[in-house]
Design a protein around this ligand. Structure first.
Ligand code: 0WK
Ligand code: BGC
Ligand code: BGC
Length: 954
């Protein structure tokens, strides 16, 4: 038997740490009597060792050698603690190679119980107690209520079920559930169940958990890699007796932690030692790499049973551990658990006793079939036999039942073996717990840690000495930690019910969230209907028939051909910023100098004269800064509002949109209004040549680079599109050859009620509160000025339902426009999404849970997704119109795009493109983001107009 070097100990030291807790006389006192034990062996009896009895010195050597193997020194315990801590932090960091020895599995339990949980819950416990499962009926009574004793029943699981097909196991569980519920006066409907499943699982939600690998005596087929909640739901459905909603699945350590005696906790560590062993604890969420969360805590199941660092465990593993592992259902796995778990302690003792008997040291060198059979000594036997007081008698009784004749000193030796195995288990468990405590100190940057540990499992319940050895060793290994051990109520059943109550509440909230967001989730049919309705409205608008799409001719008949040249002034009004630009168009390209000016709300909603005087002030300021004063450059005016154009430089404003509402402008030719303002300003001369819509400017600007660009799209403060239509289809403009760019003003699409089926109450709230109710319906479901408001109204609604922010809205959340649309872009950014949500909402004075953060993220995603899909349906209608106009099988076209929402939102552009591919599969559409905005486009339109005018004069 290989012996690893063991450092020599002072007798006190080794005594102190040698194998046995208090109550046992030091082993050496006993050693010299060991030899004599054997002497009584009967030669040649069946089951007795043939090779003669060892001499006294050899037999004591043998016993010492055996028991010494179970000695774990303080240094080794510290090494195990350090190595386990290292593995824990490696796994938390998400480092997968080399694979960490422990799994550190997040459990989606984000808080310890509030105590407010109420209701009746069914709890099914599978796996904690080996070959039995337990069903409980737990009534939670909240803080005020008087605690009600749960009703429970245990069912023994037949070995063939533990090793058979998974379906059989889950059917057995469903059968036990029905049998238990049949005995209770309960409804058959709407029962909520918490599933305590004590095996390593990857959880992806409170009710979704995939089994990684079986442990302890289980090895059913067809379960590993599967969602065990679904398997249980399917079995309950097959059983068909009760409709039970499985709302939560938890590891038994979590149930133990959550089941901490009210009033003494909260416990933040759950420690289980039953057939298996494991612990969970509340880790800072930001330290769990797989979670995108930076606040709060999350419960992590350590799964320390799989800890196996040959470096530190190698010297501790005995030949008996190796033998046990070889015979186990899962050789090589759960090595640490096999030295601690109750399923294995009896077997370890059996192997040692069989070894000593075969070497003639025990039982006169005789064994028995029972002693040589796997699993014949159970944990209970070990605990009873090791009891310093009554143990000796139990040794005789138990070993007699195993067909052994026990000599007087045999009994004491057997007790030593039991105590050695048991004590090592408790000490190794302590080293592991000390690693968790050290992790908590790191995680919370606390030198001194005060913590409550909930204990669960029959090893704790039935063998109090295990806890005292563990406590004593934890104090040795983590002296700066003040640890209180709290037995879990009902073995964790209450805790599982607590998690189930939380899960039930979250599931109810999720249902309400889904109901609220369902109208935002548009399917293919709905989007195809929008495309078809828009197409119909386009045709009607072009014909001058009643339509919510005005389809305004822009008098832009061609996209630039690259021959344009000269310096042009351009104005860009109507987006987020008002810009004045100097655009120099040369053979080498276009050079732009621009300056952004603000349009204060009181000017945008003041008098028209004030607005246009403000515009001229900005132009003059720009000219001075650019040294252009006194020069009368041709000017292109990007005016991003619906205008009926009568010519390139004539545009009658039909109505303001996007928060503008200057008086005395609607129905006016805005070019005149500008010229009058110029006229009012002395010594300023400007030659306003063209007025263009920002969609047209954007199309022209991108068309300068890509001549296939025949569509302009804006998704910014407002939204709109234009495209090159066949002149013959434009009733308002004579001529039937060539093209005319049409400004669709699609923001108003649906103002005739054609979108009412899609409009939600939140859209109606936003419309009601806008300065132009009943107008710009399509725009109010898509553009940047409104998405934030839609989200805010949904958040208020969900808060009123108690789904969000514990039902507590803040004053600020009730403030109009407080939730900016740019928040959606920040929140939906792939990285740190939940952190963004938190930062933004806490700025709004809201305190939120991680579930709140997740739901706010989903609300933003639903609103922006609908906006992008509707926009995509609109573009699909336009490109399909162009394709059919030209009778093409397939159309290749580019769309020039601008607008803050389209440019900054992380997913908007790809969702638009995906919707266009889905709804216009015969069009190959390239979206070109405009770099220089539509000011350049306005200058190019002006340049084309100037070129055409020169040609006309030649
Ligand atoms: C930039 C263009 C401008 C247009 C704006 C729309 O130059 O003409 O109005 O994009 O985007 P917003 O600024 O409204 O987000
Ligand atoms: C399982 C753990 C469980 C522990 C205690 C181990 O075998 O892997 O998930 O918590 O036993 O039951
Ligand atoms: C206006 C359009 C403009 C769009 C994008 C809408 O509100 O009516 O003319 O193109 O916003 O800025």
């Amino acid at each position: 038997m290989p012996h690893t070097e063991r450092e020599e100990l002072t007798p006190e030291e080794s005594d102190q740490l040698l194998l046995l807790p208090g109550g046992y006389p030091p082993l050496w006192n006993h050693m010299d009597s060991i030899g004599s034990v054997g002497l009584r062996q009967r030669e040649g009896a069946p089951g007795c060792s043939q090779e003669g009895l060892p001499c006294p010195s050899d037999s004591s050597e043998l016993v010492l050698e055996c028991l010494q193997q179970f000695k774990v020194t303080k240094t080794q315990l510290r090494q195990i603690q350090a190595s386990l801590l290292g593995s824990m932090e490696q796994a938390l960091g998400g480092q997968t190679s080399p694979a960490s020895a422990v799994r550190m599995l997040p459990t989606y339990v984000g808080s310890t119980p509030h105590g407010t949980e109420q209701g009746d819950f069914v709890v099914l416990e599978l796996g904690a107690t080996g070959a039995s499962l337990r069903v409980l009926w737990v009534t939670l009574v909240g803080i005020e209520g008087h605690r009600m004793e749960p009703r429970s029943q245990e069912f023994v699981i037949p070995p063939e079920v533990m090793l058979g097909p998974g379906q059989q196991l889950f059917d057995f569980a469903a059968h036990c559930l029905s049998e238990f519920l049949d005995a209770l006066p309960v409804d058959k409907e709407g029962l909520q169940l918490g599933f305590s499943f004590s095996f390593p699982c990857h959880q992806t939600g409170l009710d979704r958990s995939t089994l990684i690998s079986w442990t302890k005596g289980f090895r059913c087929s067809g379960v590993e890699g599967h969602d065990v909640v679904q398997l249980l739901r399917d079995a309950i459905k097959r059983q068909g007796a009760y409709s039970i909603d499985v709302v939560a699945v938890v590891n038994d350590t979590v149930g133990t932690m959550m089941g901490c005696e009210p009033g003494v906790g909260p416990c933040e560590v759950g420690l289980v030692v039953d057939t298996g062993t494991n612990a969970c604890y509340m880790e800072e969420a930001r330290h769990v790499a797989v979670l995108d969360e930076d606040r709060g805590r999350v419960c992590v199941s350590v799964e320390w049973g799989s800890f196996s660092d040959d470096g530190v465990l190698g010297p501790v593993l005995t030949t008996f551990d190796h033998a046990l592992d070889r015979e186990s259902l899962n050789p090589g796995a759960q090595r640490f658990e096999k030295m601690i778990g109750g399923l294995y302690l009896g077997e370890l003792v059996r192997l040692v006793l069989a070894h000593l008997a075969q070497r003639g040291v025990l039982f006169g060198g005789c064994t028995s079939p029972a002693l040589l059979s796997h699993g014949s000594i159970l944990l209970e036997h070990v605990a009873e036999m090791k009891d310093p007081l009554a143990g000796a008698a139990r040794v005789h009784a138990i070993l007699r039942d195993l067909g052994l004749s026990v000599g007087a000193s045999d009994a004491e030796l057997v007790q030593y073996v039991c105590a050695a195995v048991f004590t090592r288990a408790a000490r190794l468990c302590a080293a592991a717990l000390a690693a968790v405590l050290a992790r908590l100190q790191h995680s919370r940057e606390q030198q001194v840690l005060q913590i409550a540990v909930a204990t669960g499992g029959r090893v704790f319940e039935r063998h109090p000495s295990f806890l005292s050895i563990l406590q004593e060793t934890v104090m040795l290994l983590a002296p700066e930690c003040d640890v209180s051990f709290i037995p879990s109520v009902d073995g964790g059943g209450q805790g599982v019910a607590m998690v189930t109550a939380v899960a039930a509440r979250l599931a109810a909230h999720r249902r309400l969230l889904e109901e609220t967001l369902a109208p935002f989730r548009l399917d293919h049919e709905q989007l195809a209907a929008v495309r078809a309705q828009m197409r119909e409205a386009m045709v009607k608008g072009l014909r001058g028939e009643a339509s919510s799409l005005r389809m305004l001719p822009t008098y832009v008949r061609a996209t630039p051909d690259g021959t344009e040249r000269g310096d042009f002034l351009a104005l860009d009004l109507g987006g987020t910023n008002f810009r004045v630009l100097l655009v120099r168009v040369t053979a080498g390209g276009v050079k732009i100098t621009s300056q952004v000016y603000s349009i204060p709300e009181y000017v945008a909603q003041g008098s028209g004269q004030q607005l246009f005087d403000h515009i001229v002030d900005c132009i003059v300021d720009f000219q001075q800064k650019q040294g252009l004063s006194g020069q009368s450059l041709p000017l292109g005016f990007t005016f991003s509002f619906p205008c009926r154009q009568l010519g390139l430089d004539q545009g009658i404003l039909l109505n303001w949109t996007k928060g503008f509402n200057a008086s005395d402008c609607e129905g006016q030719d805005v070019v005149c209004l500008l010229r009058e303002a110029i006229g009012r300003r002395q010594a300023v001369e400007l030659n306003v040549v063209a007025i263009v819509n920002d969609t047209v400017g954007t199309m022209m600007s991108c068309g300068y680079e890509d001549p296939r660009c025949e569509v302009g799209l804006i998704v910014g403060t407002g939204t709109n599109a234009c495209y090159m239509e066949e002149l013959q289809n434009v009733a308002a403009v004579p001529g039937d050859s060539g093209h005319m760019c049409i400004n669709m003003e699609w923001g108003a699409f649906g103002d005739d009620g054609s979108l009412d089926l899609l409009r939600t109450c939140f859209d109606a709230n936003v419309d009601q509160a806008s300065i132009n109710p009943g107008k710009q319906s399509f725009e109010k479901m898509i553009s940047g000025m409104y998405l934030g408001e839609i989200v805010r109204h949904i958040l208020l609604h969900l808060t009123s339902l108690g789904v969000l922010f514990r039902g507590q809205p803040t004053q600020r959340l009730q403030t109009r426009d407080i939730f900016k649309t740019k928040f959606l872009s920040e929140i939906e950014s792939d990285s740190l999404a939940l952190r963004q949500v938190r930062a933004i909402l806490e700025d709004l004075g809201l305190s939120l849970t991680s579930d709140d953060a997740l739901m706010v993220l989903e609300v933003c995603q639903a609103v922006s997704q609908r906006a992008a899909q509707l926009c995509g349906a609109g573009v699909a209608a336009v490109v399909e119109k162009i394709r059919e106009n030209r009778g093409l099988e397939e159309l290749t076209v580019s769309v020039g795009v601008d607008g803050t929402l389209y440019k900054l939102h992380p997913h908007f552009s790809s969702l638009v493109a995906a919707t266009v591919r889905e709804l216009a599969p015969r069009c190959v559409v390239t979206f070109l983001q405009s770099e220089d905005g539509s000011g350049k486009g306005a200058a190019l339109v002006t340049a084309v107009a100037c070129r055409l005018a020169q040609m006309a004069h030649v």
